[in-house]
Design a protein around this ligand. Structure first.
Ligand code: AMP
Length: 217
């Protein structure tokens, strides 16, 4: 069983890497951002609260995340291992995650940190486009990452859109939140002896190959 946490600043390539690992090892891909985006589709006050927090690039309240995550970890597809993309986002969440794992009798596994310079992240975030239906990721100016037909997903024919938090202002907020709240997790997991660093500034295949070496070690 392989449980993997992907730790990285926004737009570093966590989603793309998670999708590739999911295909290779048949792992579940748990993106807390996606769980939240699904929760916003309901027309209730909680959905409105979550949408507002996400659109500003703020972190959503921990309690909401724990409930969504604990439920998701108990689904059948997680038994073979899973990739956590976007969680934990702060030390409190990491400590709570240890408790959840103990309660569910699951392993922490390993943590992969994706390293990439800020300017590159900003360019990736503002040019990122996502399929509304299958979540496939595109980029408007990266060779090989544009859809064949503008605005339409190559994989499923769904509509491609720009996430509400992929504009420059929300990116800056998300990046600052990452430095302040999430980056301390690097030391937290280094101290547990489970953290591996990977260069994510090149193409997705290069990133994947480095990660495969770590996982298969
Ligand atoms: P992501 O898709 O991982 O970039 O997440 C998009 C947004 O969802 C973030 O900017 C937060 O507003 C929210 N979010 C995702 N994961 C978490 C988390 N673990 N804790 C709090 N907020 C989160």
């Amino acid at each position: 069983m392989k449980n993997i946490i992907l730790l990285a600043a926004p737009a570093a390539g966590k989603g793309t890497l998670a999708k590739a690992l999911k295909e290779k090892y048949n792992l579940a891909h748990i993106s807390t951002g996606d769980l939240l985006r699904d929760a916003t589709k309901k027309q209730d006050t909680l959905a409105k609260k979550i949408s507002d927090m996400m659109a500003q690039g703020m972190l959503v309240t921990d309690e909401i995340i724990y409930e969504l995550l604990e439920r998701r970890l108990q689904e059948e597809d997680c038994k073979n291992g899973y990739i956590l993309d976007g969680f934990p986002r702060n030390i409190e969440q990491a400590k709570k995650y240890d408790e959840i794992l103990e309660k569910l009798n699951m392993d922490l596994g390993c943590v992969i940190e994706l390293e990439i310079p800020k300017e590159m992240l900003k360019m990736r975030a503002t040019g990122r486009r996502v399929c509304k239906d299958c979540g496939a990721i595109y980029h408007i100016s990266s060779n090989g990452m544009q859809p064949k037909v503008e605005g339409i997903c190559d994989k499923c024919g769904g509509k491609i859109y720009q996430r509400s938090d992929d504009n420059e202002e929300a990116f800056e907020n998300r990046y600052n939140t990452y430095l302040e709240k999430t980056a301390p997790l690097i030391d937290f997991y280094t101290n547990k002896g489970v953290l591996y660093k990977v260069d994510s500034s090149k193409d997705p295949e290069y990133t994947l190959q480095q990660v495969l070496k770590i996982i298969e070690k």
